[in-house]
Design a protein around this ligand. Structure first.
Ligand code: HXC
Length: 256
């Protein structure tokens, strides 16, 4: 049985689901390889405009597989493969929405932090408990956390490994939205459908500008933004979007 499945519940929306309930969706190497393969496939698939990444209604993912970590050594093959899934998520051009129920801890929360939007349930707990295992976040957890919240929140949570209630995570800027636990999946799907109706090149351009620009100086980032903005004037969707507005009709975007 595959531990990661792909479904296409509506036009242009793909849902990747991690399904390893016996281990709270712990991200074994095999699970991460399956996620990577599907993300890479969707990145190249013209029909897919938005991706939802979820662990289903009970748990997003309780971290890397601690049994695997226990056996891992510096030089083990596992260690060399430690970028599996992260590179695929990092290089995905399309928006990814994390739909998070239950727990997103350790590598599980780092997986959510690789996404562009994080929707969590009101009983969900997120966080980076790695220090309690004698390690630390190793898939961007320290860096994405501090960039989202600033130093003093990052230190408070990373140095204790405490679980962070979703509402607190929302208030410190670590997740996008909190909704009732039972509505996480449907809310994430509706949001994906809304984004999928918008022009995909403009969405892709916005994602690129936000992520790449955040790493550059403001003048460089603004110049980068302006280049992408200008490129969109070559798109059919720009002609369609502006004409539809003037003609008072609904636009139909093609991703061209
Ligand atoms: C392997 C795990 C697991 C994990 C849970 N399980 N988390 N197995 N790796 N990360 C297994 C348990 O061993 C148990 O198996 C079953 O799932 C149910 O878990 P319980 O602990 O019994 O459930 P509960 O009491 O409800 O507690 C839920 C929990 C707790 C709070 C999420 O399971 C927990 O603290 N898990 C570990 C969280 C963690 O430390 N994550 C960081 C990992 S390090 P059995 O067989 O006993 O039923 C990491 C580094 C990332 O992520 C580095 C980059 C990749």
């Amino acid at each position: 049985m595959p531990e990661v499945t792909l479904s296409r519940p509506s036009d242009h929306v793909a849902v990747i689901r991690i399904d390893r309930p016996e281990a709270m969706n712990a991200l074994s190497l095999s699970v991460r390889q399956q996620v990577a393969a599907i993300v890479n496939e969707l990145n190249d698939d013209d029909e897919t405009r938005v991706i939802v990444l979820t662990g289903g209604e009970k748990v997003f993912a309780a971290g890397a597989d601690v049994a695997e970590l226990n056996k891992r050594t510096v030089l083990s093959n596992q260690f060399r493969l430690s970028r599996v899934a992260w590179d695929a998520l990092d290089s995905c051009r399309k928006p990814i929405i994390a739909a998070v129920n239950g727990y997103a801890l350790g590598g599980g929360f780092e997986m959510a932090l690789h996404c562009d939007i994080i929707i969590a349930g009101d009983e969900t707990k997120v966080g980076q408990p790695e220090v309690r295992l004698g390690i630390m976040p190793g898939a961007g957890g320290t860096q994405r956390f501090v960039r989202a919240t600033g130093k003093y929140q990052a230190m408070r949570w990373l140095m204790t490994g405490d679980q962070i209630p979703a509402q607190t995570a929302y208030e410190i800027g670590l997740i996008s939205e909190v909704v009732p636990e039972a509505e996480v999946q449907s809310h994430a799907l509706k949001l994906a459908e809304k984004i999928a109706r918008l022009p995909p090149l403009a969405i892709e351009g916005s994602k690129q500008a936000v992520i790449m620009g955040a790493e550059a100086s403001l003048p460089t980032a603004l110049a980068f933004e302006n280049k992408i903005f200008q490129l969109l004037f070559a798109s059919e969707d720009k002609a369609e979007g502006t004409s539809a507005f003037l003609e008072k009709r609904k636009p139909e975007f093609k991703g061209k």
